[in-house]
Design a protein around this ligand. Structure first.
Ligand code: NAP
Ligand code: ZN
Length: 358
């Protein structure tokens, strides 16, 4: 999926970057490649703050490249299209998620599993095809091959839809892939954060029974009353865990910190599936006896493909699914990072880039 570069000049861009593993962001000027033949240039309107942005900015996963402009939940207006672009025209609203490139020809790409291509390129903190560093959506413009942008459906509020580009896709993709999307199935969602709360919304739209498994008693009321979960379990309440044993067809684990998998495996029915999507820094201990004797499956999942991204967003539009958000200005981002690390947001920060990045 390489771009043919035209003779045009690189595009000057302004954003906020982390300079080192303190993760503190500050204003940063840089440039992006000129709009290639299959590229679109997007004027960024909104960008969600994923917990991965905090992990990467603080170098918690160990391969951060500084300076780093985070952001992979990007929504904006198309302001330029290359001559070979077919999907977009100027004025359209496009979305960009965690991936902005792949080889385009391997078996994963052919299946539409771009995020599993060995040459997949992250939207930020990665090397692009030309060797340059990719910079994300905490910035005023982005240039991307049209294949890695999706069409934002009309009718969905853009600020609430932006987080779906990563949070939504990350939970929707394994639910579809593992068949955890059937009406009447019972799904556990561990961690009611950015990913978790949209997992509840997708699962309810699929007609599933949903149990939220949380560390935060303060989230119970709205999990049940507003998000529509069927039950709410506290992970350290032994009686609740006992009662939930052998009841769930699948569990999506979105937890961003160290935690035990054992009680989760116990909640699965025979052949149940535990899908890990949270990026806990400490590797989990694998309790293999309950896995073997329950014929249970533990799987991981990262992002999703581009067709799947479009399907997810179209499904969200059909069912009126958006993230619950707190819209912030660009200069609030460092406070937002601190609050996100302390589990103090319901449930996603979204930066109003167009109006506050000056
Ligand atoms: P988030 O908004 O911070 O939500 C994480 C939730 O996990 C929290 O709200 C909290 O829920 C729970 N939690 C946090 N720390 C915990 C701990 N130490 N023990 C138990 N529970 C804890 O984060 P997010 O943006 O949803 O992202 C979640 C994780 O997924 C991050 O690690 C992120 O990097 C990763 N991620 C992975 C992918 C992928 O492709 N696989 C994509 C995006 C993000 P309760 O208050 O309900 O307990
Ligand atoms: Zn993300």
């Amino acid at each position: 999926m390489e771009n043919t570069l035209s003779n045009e000049k690189e595009i000057p861009v302004f954003g906020w970057a982390a300079r080192d593993s303190s993760g503190i962001l500050s204003p940063f000027s840089f440039s992006r490649r000129a709009n290639g033949d299959r590229d679109i240039t997007i004027k960024i309107l909104y960008c969600g703050i994923c917990h991965a942005d905090v992990h990467f900015a603080k170098d918690e996963l160990g391969h951060s490249i500084f300076p780093m402009v985070p952001g992979h939940e990007i929504v904006g207006e198309v302001i330029k299209v290359g001559p070979n672009v077919t999907k977009f025209k100027i004025g359209d609203i496009a979305g960009v998620g965690p991936f902005c490139g792949s080889c385009g020809s391997c078996s994963n790409c052919e299946k539409g599993w771009e995020s599993y291509c060995s040459k997949a390129i992250l939207t930020y903190n990665a090397h692009d095809h030309d060797g340059s560093i990719t910079y994300g959506g905490y910035s005023n413009k982005i240039v991307v091959n049209e294949h890695f942008a999706i069409i934002m459906p009309k009718g969905l509020p853009l600020e609430g839809a932006a987080p779906l580009l990563c949070a939504g896709l990350t939970v929707y993709s394994p639910m579809m892939h593992h068949g955890l999307c059937q009406s009447g199935q019972h799904l556990g969602v561990v961690g009611l954060g950015g990913l978790g709360h949209v997992a509840v919304k997708f699962a309810k739209a699929f007609g599933m029974k949903v149990s939220v498994i949380s560390t935060s008693p303060g989230k119970k009321k709205e999990a049940l009353e507003r998000l529509g979960a069927d039950s709410f379990l506290l992970i350290n309440d032994q009686q609740q865990l006992q009662e939930a044993k052998d009841t769930m067809d699948g569990i999506i684990d979105t937890v961003s910190g160290p935690h035990s998998l054992h009680p989760l495996i116990d909640m699965l029915k025979t052949c149940g599936k535990l899908i890990l999507v949270g990026a806990s820094i400490t590797p989990p201990v694998l309790p293999y006896m309950p896995l073997m004797f329950g014929r249970k499956i533990i799987a991981g999942s990262a992002g999703g493909g581009m067709k799947e991204s479009q399907d997810m967003m179209d499904f969200a539009a059909k069912h009126n699914i958006t993230a619950d958000i707190e819209v912030i200005s660009m200069d609030y981002v460092n406070t937002a990072f601190e609050r996100l690390a302390k589990n103090d947001v319901k449930y996603r920060f979204v930066i109003d880039v167009a109006n506050t990045l000056n």
